[in-house]
Design a protein around this ligand. Structure first.
Ligand code: ZN
Ligand code: ZN
Length: 435
């Protein structure tokens, strides 16, 4: 029997963490993320004596953010890949720097995490203990993202991590073809209730709207996530030969430069380099205030307008009827981005630990605003196709655990899978299952 403990990311998106324990009591942690709100930001506490390995699916902090906590006193091998490690470091440093929350770890523990890292190539089977192996497979979510196959006590458990099997411009899609026959699947459900619009059509519409604004002298602000989404937006503009001015700022600039150091993880590095050549990098406040009034496209985090350099641009754009704000990621309820889409009002107040100034804004948008669903998660059809392409062992229970989605998404996916003769549940945080 193998124990699977769900320590977070159950019926929610945030603090993903799964502990796998063999019958002899050897443990392996898969992801160890944080959640962004509430009192408890870290995964559910559990005994982690005999933890022999930690493995990470990708750099997003809902999967990686709490990893340093595991390195307060221990030295445990941390399995990842070069691009994920580099971006995880940037994101955790950023998280510690800007957060009002006092995390029970800091830069020192982050250093220990980095010192204990081992790089694993996709497809290479890594022994972590007797009868205990892990293998990474491409997950198609962001550059470097993987799904993890765990082989323990002759059981094969696949943890999808965040997956995307749609074709995008930045990376190759997830591919379940090379994954061996499994006994158990743990799958994300973020968009299990959604159907994404056809990508090509959406890209065309996006670029056409941008051209319409900038050809008429306006500015377009694209408040995109710094990791992957900003670069995807950049590649779409390049693909359609957009020839206006493009600026990139904040974390999006930093991550774009980092991606150049890891060309193997980018689908078309030539196109990416070309796109960056046609882009101006903004890093100083003086240049930022010039760019603010320049006709063109500004790509700048944060994706939901909760902070970041996008806030420096948005005020003047909102008040200009000839300009636009185009959001390119899902807007969580309660975020300023969601409020803008729903009510046409941008409301923002922020007092940061490390900032003396308090920003307090409430503006009715006079500009155009819209949302383009360039998601990096599989939707309902793609999740079902992905599962159908996987092969379960003949004598397995066909167990599928649906996690990483809200209550409705995880439970609906589980019941759809039950109807397809899988043994599926949406576990709750703190629950342990034996497979
Ligand atoms: Zn993710
Ligand atoms: Zn996630």
């Amino acid at each position: 029997m193998v124990n699977i403990s769900f320590l977070g990311g159950c019926r929610e998106v945030g603090r993903s963490a799964i502990l796998i324990e063999s019958k002899s009591g050897v443990k392996c942690m898969l992801d160890y993320g944080i959640r962004f709100r509430g009192e408890e930001r870290l995964p559910y506490k559990i005994n982690i004596d005999n933890l022999k390995a930690v493995a990470l699916t990708h750099s997003h902090i809902d999967h990686s953010g709490a990893l340093p906590f595991l390195y307060k006193t221990k030295t445990i091998p941390f399995f990842t890949n070069p691009i994920t490690l580099a971006i995880t470091e940037v994101l955790i440093k950023d998280m510690i720097k800007i957060s009002n929350y006092n995390y029970p770890f800091g830069y020192r523990e982050l250093d220990y995490l980095i010192q204990n890292s081992f790089f694993l190539k996709n497809g290479n089977r890594q022994k972590i203990h007797d009868n205990f192996f892990i293998t990474f497979f491409d997950a198609g979510h962001i550059p470097g993202s993987v799904s993890i196959l765990i082989e323990v006590d002759n059981k094969k458990i696949l943890y999808s991590g965040d997956i995307n099997s749609q074709i995008t411009n930045l990376i190759n899609p997830a591919n379940s073809n090379n994954i061996p026959k499994i006994d158990t699947l743990i799958i994300e459900s973020t968009y299990a209730l959604k159907e994404h619009p056809p990508r090509e059509k959406l890209e065309k519409e996006f670029v056409e709207k941008i051209i319409n604004i900038t050809d008429n002298g306006g500015r377009v602000l694209i408040p995109a996530f710094g990791v992957a989404r900003s670069q995807e937006a950049l590649l779409i503009l390049e693909k359609f030969n957009y020839n206006g001015k493009i600026f990139i700022d904040g974390l999006a600039r930093k991550i774009s430069m980092l991606y150049l150091d890891y060309p193997d993880y980018i689908k078309n590095i030539k196109l990416f380099k070309k796109a960056l050549k046609n882009t101006q990098f903004v890093s100083r406040p003086k240049i930022r205030s010039k760019v603010k009034n320049t006709n063109g496209v500004i790509i700048s985090p944060s994706g939901m307008l909760k902070g970041g350099t996008a806030i420096d641009y948005i005020q003047s754009i909102l008040l200009d009827p000839f300009s636009a704000v185009y959001l390119v990621g899902y807007q969580v309820e309660g975020t300023p981005g969601r409020r803008l889409l729903d009510d046409g009002i941008f409301e923002f107040n922020e007092s940061r630990r490390n900032r003396k100034t308090i920003v307090d804004l409430k503006i009715e948008a006079k500009c155009d605003y819209d949302y383009f669903d360039f998601s990096s998660h599989s939707d309902n059809i793609h999740i079902h196709n992905y599962i159908e392409n996987l092969n379960f062992q003949k004598n397995s229970n066909r167990d599928i655990f649906c996690i990483h989605g809200d209550n409705k998404s995880t439970t609906s996916l589980a019941s759809e899978l039950v109807n397809k003769d899988y043994n599926s549940v949406a576990p709750e945080t703190g629950e342990m299952y034996q497979v």
